[in-house]
Design a protein around this ligand. Structure first.
Ligand code: SF4
Length: 224
C-alpha cells in the first residue's frame, strides 16, 4: 500500500532519520562486540558465524564467552572442536559451527602465520563464510567499504522501493550500484536495529516511522 502523496526518496535524508530513530536500540552483535574491544578480523568473523540464524541476544553473550577463552587463531586452534562446541552450545547449529571455527583457526595459523588477511576471497574460501559475514567483518575490522546484506537490509531496502529484488544476493548487487559508498558499512549497522524494532517482518510500525513520507511501502499489507 502507498498513500497518495509521497516525497521523492532521498537516501541521505532517510538514513539521517533512521540513524536518529535507532539511537536508543542496542547495536547489532558484531558492532557491539567491536565496541567492547573485540574488533580483530578473526574475532569478527567468529562472531558472525555464531550469529547466523541465531538471535543477537543469544549470539552476543556466546561470542563473548568463546572469545574470553580464545580470542586469537593460535588460542582457538589449541581448543578441540568439541571444546568449542561446549562453549557455543546456545547458538543454532553449534556443532558444525564449532568445526568451522576450529578449521578457520587452524588454517589461519598454518597458512597465514596466525593473521587473517583482509581479503574477501580468502574469507569466503572458509566453509560457513558467505558474503554477508565476509563483508561485515571486513567493514568493521579492516575498514573496507563493503555492504553486508542480511534479512533486515534486504527487507527494508525493498520496502522503501530503493531496490527491487528477490534475494539478499540480488540486493547486494543492486545496492552496490546505487548506494553512496560512505554508507556501505553503516547501512547494516542502521538497518538491523531498524528492522528489528520499526520496520519489522510482520506489521511494520509505519504509523510512527520517521521515513513514512518517502518510503514506498512495497509489499506492506497490514502496517501498525
Ligand atoms: S516501517 Fe513502514 S514506512 Fe517505515 S520503512 Fe518500513 S515499510 Fe517503510
Amino acid at each position: 500500500m502507498e498513500p497518495a502523496t509521497k516525497q521523492p526518496f532521498d537516501i541521505d535524508e532517510v538514513l539521517k532519520r533512521v540513524r536518529k530513530s535507532v539511537q536508543g536500540f542496542a547495536d547489532a552483535a558484531m558492532f557491539a562486540l567491536a565496541a567492547q574491544g573485540h574488533d580483530t578480523l578473526f574475532e569478527q568473523l567468529v562472531a558472525c558465524i555464531l550469529s547466523i540464524r541465531t538471535l543477537d541476544e543469544v549470539s552476543l553473550p556466546t561470542s563473548l564467552a568463546l572469545l574470553k577463552r580464545a580470542r586469537t587463531p593460535e588460542a582457538m586452534s589449541r581448543l578441540t572442536p568439541e571444546e568449542i562446541d561446549v562453549l557455543i552450545h546456545p547458538v543454532t547449529f553449534h556443532e558444525p559451527k564449532a568445526k568451522q571455527i576450529h578449521a578457520i583457526a587452524v588454517r589461519t595459523v598454518k597458512e597465514f602465520h596466525g593473521q587473517l588477511p583482509c581479503d574477501a576471497q580468502v574469507l569466503q574460501s572458509f566453509k560457513g563464510v558467505g558474503p554477508k559475514c565476509a563483508h561485515l567483518a571486513l567493514g568493521i575490522a579492516c575498514g573496507h567499504e563493503a555492504i553486508s546484506v542480511d534479512i533486515h537490509v534486504h527487507r527494508v531496502t525493498n520496502r522503501w522501493g530503493y531496490v527491487r529484488t528477490r534475494t539478499p544476493e540480488q540486493t547486494l548487487e543492486a545496492l552496490e550500484a546505487c548506494l553512496p559508498r560512505p554508507y556501505w558499512v553503516e547501512l547494516n549497522r542502521l538497518l538491523v536495529p531498524f528492522g528489528k524494532h520499526v520496520c519489522t517482518g510482520t506489521r511494520p510500525k509505519c504509523g510512527t516511522c520517521p521515513v513514512l513520507s518517502m518510503c514506498r511501502q512495497v509489499g506492506v499489507q497490514s502496517p501498525r
